[in-house]
Design a protein around this ligand. Structure first.
Ligand code: MTE
Length: 325
């Protein structure tokens, strides 16, 4: 997979920040294509055009019961409308806009397996039923903050990542964990531009092992009282609420314990903009926009939003600040 290096960020005013797809420097990228002999192809450029949104779509989900975790049953903001959260997503395998929920319905989730491997004493491959039987499900209401400066509040259902740690018993030299998302280029067409073959799919993310062990780090198998709809990353995805949303890999098929910091999707594409650590921090600007405030989306549409101050660690400092002392 070619490496896309973007030395000079494309200057985008904050009001236009809509998607990571827009982060690519189109002219530089076109030059790369020309250099690679792909000149002449009529390449469509990414536009910020919106596809029409169908009101109140229904999704292929099943009810899922879980015990509400009292520590995470309230936040200082209203819960985001479910339809809104399920129709405003990032899932680059299915396109570069927020309106990918229809495309994402092509994700094949039957007979899902999650392989837990690498530097562990007890490697395991879990099917979904085993995951849900072995690890008691709880519901947690979490603030969710995207690096693009929009935010939501989402009731996830799942289990803490540290349950997996206990089950597989990492070796002493396991320092990082690497998550890999499902990828099949035949059904995941990717963004219009740049073409998928120039992006480092499969989507991957990672954490330090101490971050994974923190009680907040979560694997979600459900949301809003039912199984995850595909666009949210069915059947299992990561949710790390004190970090920017891109750290939460969707539709995970592999969890690998490794000794050195693994390469990850956005950090490979633009290391100066998407750091491996990527904790939510109002004082650390993205190179092209401030992170001091965020657009709290909702209640009814993506165009209804309230601007609020960004909270350090997304408001979860009491749980995680000690990791970075
Ligand atoms: N995981 C995969 N596999 N592919 C993606 O494009 N996008 C990330 C993250 N996980 C992404 C992904 C980003 S940028 C965000 S903000 C969140 O998913 C969005 O999650 P949501 O659509 O459920 O709100």
């Amino acid at each position: 997979m070619p490496f896309i290096h973007i030395p000079q960020p494309w200057q985008l005013p904050e009001r236009q920040v809509t998607s990571e797809a827009a982060f690519f420097n189109r002219r530089r990228f076109l030059r790369t294509l020309v250099g690679a002999g792909i000149a002449g192809a009529a390449l469509p450029l990414i536009g910020c055009q919106r596809q029409s949104r169908v009101d109140a779509p229904t999704f292929d989900t099943n009810p899922l019961s879980a015990t509400p975790n009292p520590t995470f049953s309230q936040v200082d903001r209203p819960t985001t409308n479910e339809q809104l959260a399920a129709t405003y997503n990032n899932f680059y395998e299915f396109g570069g806009t927020k309106q990918i929920w229809q495309n994402a319905q092509a994700l094949p989730t039957e007979d899902w397996k999650v392989e837990v491997t690498g530097l562990v004493n007890q490697p395991r491959t879990f099917d979904l039923e085993t995951l849900q039987r072995e690890f008691p499900l709880e519901e947690r209401l979490y603030r969710f903050r995207c690096v693009e400066a929009w935010a939501m509040v989402v009731p996830w259902i799942g289990f803490p990542m540290n349950a997996i740690l206990k089950a597989v018993d990492p070796k002493a030299n396991a320092k990082f964990v690497h998550f890999t998302s499902y990828y099949d280029r035949r059904i995941m067409k990717g963004p219009t531009f740049p073409p998928s073959q120039f992006l480092p799919f499969p989507y991957t993310e990672g954490l330090r092992i101490e971050e994974m062990a923190n009680d907040l780090a979560f694997f979600a198998v459900g949301v809003y009282g039912h199984t995850l709809p595909k666009q949210h990353g069915a059947p299992v995805r990561a949710v790390i609420p004190w970090k920017y949303g891109f750290k939460g890999a969707k539709s995970i098929v592999k969890i690998e314990f490794v000794e050195t910091q693994p390469a990850t999707f956005w950090n490979t594409i633009s290391p100066g903009e998407y750091k491996f650590e990527s904790n939510v921090d109002p004082e650390v600007s993205h190179p092209r926009w401030s992170q001091a405030k965020e657009r709290l989306i909702g209640p009814n549409s993506e165009f209804d939003w309230e601007e609020v101050p960004t909270l350090k660690y997304n408001g979860y400092g009491e749980f995680v600040a000690s990791l970075y002392a």
